[in-house]
Design a protein around this ligand. Structure first.
Ligand SMILES: [Zn+2]
Ligand SMILES: [Zn+2]
Length: 236
C-alpha cells in the first residue's frame, strides 16, 4: 500500500506542474490550470500544424512561402500556453520528470495522425555532444521515450547526430542560421534511414531544425518524415 502510493505520487506529483499549487487528489493539474491546457485545434496549418485564425488558408504564411523537407507536423500546445513553463523547466532546470506528462499528452494528441503517417520509428532531435554532456540528458529523447512507450513505437536516438552546436548560431540572422543549420546534422556513421520517421522535439518555431534533419534523413533513405512537438509558435 505504501509503495503503491509512492509510485502514484512519483508519477503525478501532488503539486500542479503548471503553477506549483497543490492539486486535488487524483488530478494531474490544479483546478485553475485545467482551462490552460487547451491544445491546438482546427484550423491549423496542413503542413506544419501551426494554429491558424478561423477562415484562413490551408497553409500558414510560412508554409505558403517556403517548401519544407518534412512532410507534415503537429504541435500539441500553442507556444504561449502555460505548458511552455513545463517545457522550459524540462529543458533548462533539470525537471526531467515533466517529460512523462508532456510525452503522454503528445502521444494522445498524435494518435489520430498515426493512421495516415504510419511511422516506423521515432527519432528525437539530437543535441550536440557537448551540450548533452553539460545538460546530462536530451529532453527530446526523454519525450520520445515516453511517446514511444505509450504508442508502442520504437525509438532510435542513434540515427542522426548534431555536428554544429547552437552557440555558433547566436547573433546570426535567419538566413545565416538556416544555412548553418543545413550543415548541422549528419547520419551516424554506417547508419541508413528507412521507411517513415517521426521526429520528436520540444518546440517548433521556424521549423528550420527539423527541416535540416528531415533533409539528411530523406537524402539517406527515409521515405516520409513527420514532426511532433510539445509546443508550436503561431506568430509570424
Ligand atoms: Zn496549476
Ligand atoms: Zn505551416
Amino acid at each position: 500500500m505504501y509503495i503503491a502510493k509512492y509510485i502514484v505520487d512519483a508519477l503525478y506529483p501532488p503539486s500542479c506542474p503548471l503553477c506549483g499549487r497543490l492539486t486535488e487528489k487524483g488530478s494531474v493539474v490544479c483546478v485553475r490550470c485545467k482551462d490552460k491546457l487547451r491544445v491546438v485545434g482546427d484550423p491549423r496549418c496542413m503542413r506544419c500544424g501551426r494554429p491558424l485564425p478561423a477562415e484562413s488558408e490551408d497553409y500558414c504564411p510560412d508554409c505558403q512561402s517556403m517548401r519544407h523537407w518534412f512532410d507534415q507536423g503537429v504541435g500539441v500546445f500553442p507556444y504561449q500556453s502555460a505548458v511552455r513553463r513545463m517545457v522550459m523547466d524540462l529543458k533548462f532546470r533539470g525537471k526531467t520528470v515533466n517529460a512523462r506528462l508532456l510525452g503522454r499528452w503528445m502521444a494522445a494528441y498524435v494518435k489520430p495522425e498515426l493512421v495516415r503517417w504510419r511511422p516506423d520509428v521515432l527519432v528525437p532531435v539530437p543535441l550536440h555532444p557537448r551540450k548533452l554532456r553539460q545538460r546530462g540528458y536530451n529532453q527530446a529523447e526523454l519525450l520520445a521515450a515516453r511517446v514511444g512507450a505509450d504508442l508502442g513505437q520504437p525509438v532510435d536516438s542513434r540515427l542522426v547526430r548534431r555536428k554544429n552546436s547552437t552557440e555558433a548560431q547566436m547573433g546570426l540572422g535567419r538566413l545565416a542560421r538556416q544555412r548553418n543549420l543545413e550543415r548541422a546534422f549528419a547520419m551516424v556513421k554506417d547508419r541508413k534511414a528507412d521507411g517513415n520517421i517521426l521526429l520528436v522535439d520540444d518546440i517548433y518555431t521556424t521549423g528550420s531544425t527539423v527541416d535540416a534533419i528531415a533533409r539528411v534523413l530523406k537524402e539517406n533513405g527515409a521515405q516520409n518524415v513527420y514532426v511532433l512537438t510539445v509546443c508550436i509558435g503561431s506568430d509570424f
